[in-house]
Design a protein around this ligand. Structure first.
Ligand code: SAH
Length: 240
């Protein structure tokens, strides 16, 4: 999912900022950098500020205009420090990162960063499905370009991890049906092993149910637990 997310820097004037963005990206496992008409690139300042993320600079794609950069993207998000005159959907980095991580499972997504002095033009905003503003104190809202990129990169990294967990069947909590089967199996094992005497150990079972419901085991974990129960029942039978 993260390789599908393109950090797209528009007409960046300071090459050091390009390096700073590359470094921010590398720490957060992002690698796709696109530079739209950069002021000076390649440049030694970009290399210095990238501090170990040279590979991201080497692989960076340079385009002449934004439309070319986002042509194949299924979703475009623009970052902006400014309130815009026209109402546009604006999200926080956290909320936007969730949306972008979900979109990136289906195709390339561009994240636009504007010029140091003037940000994004209205035409560039018009390409966006969504705008993202990093909340700031009231007096000054303009972060350094690489600092803004770092915040977005971090939120995307967390959101992509969450998204990967969500779609990983091994991490999905077991459903009620399989938990119910496990609880009945547990109860019969406790009876078989004479751990409980009463035929309906309701109080104990409720406590155990509470314990397992708190842990929210996955299907795989329930299978392991049931395997242990079966082994205990077999050992109990052999001992009798
Ligand atoms: N004066 C410019 C600020 C440019 S700062 C403006 O009016 O927009 C350079 C870039 O850093 C911005 O275009 C944006 O991509 C990013 N950036 C800086 N501060 C930001 C913030 N508070 N929220 C989102 N992006 C921000």
């Amino acid at each position: 999912m993260l390789p599908q997310i393109r950090f797209t820097l528009i007409e960046t004037s300071h090459p050091g900022n390009i390096g700073g963005v590359a470094r921010a990206m590398k720490c957060m496992n992002l690698s796709s950098l696109v530079l739209v008409s950069p002021g000076q690139f390649p440049h030694p300042d970009a290399l210095t500020r990238s501090a170990g993320a040279e590979n991201i600079l080497e692989q960076a794609r340079v385009c002449r205009d934004v439309k070319e950069a986002v042509g194949d993207c299924i979703f475009v998000a623009g970052t902006t420090a400014r309130e815009r005159a026209i109402e546009w959907p604006v999200e926080s980095p956290r909320a936007a990162a969730k949306m972008i991580a979900a979109e990136a499972a289906n195709g390339p997504v561009a994240l636009l960063f504007g010029r140091e002095r003037s940000g994004l033009t209205n035409e560039e905003v018009d390409l966006c499905n969504l705008l993202i503003r990093i909340p700031t104190g009231p007096g000054y809202s303009s972060l350094n370009l690489a600092s803004a990129a770092q915040i977005l990169a971090y939120e995307l990294f967390l959101a992509a991890n969450e998204e990967a967990k969500r779609i990983d069947p091994e991490s999905v909590a077991a459903d009620h049906h399989s938990l119910d089967g496990f609880y009945r199996h547990l109860e019969s094992t406790l009876l078989d092993l004479d751990f409980v005497k009463s035929k309906h150990p309701t109080r104990l079972m409720r406590k155990l149910v509470r314990l397992f419901n708190r842990a929210r085991p996955t299907s795989e974990e329930v299978n392991i637990l049931r395997g242990i129960l079966t082994a205990a029942q077999n050992a109990g039978r052999r001992a009798n």
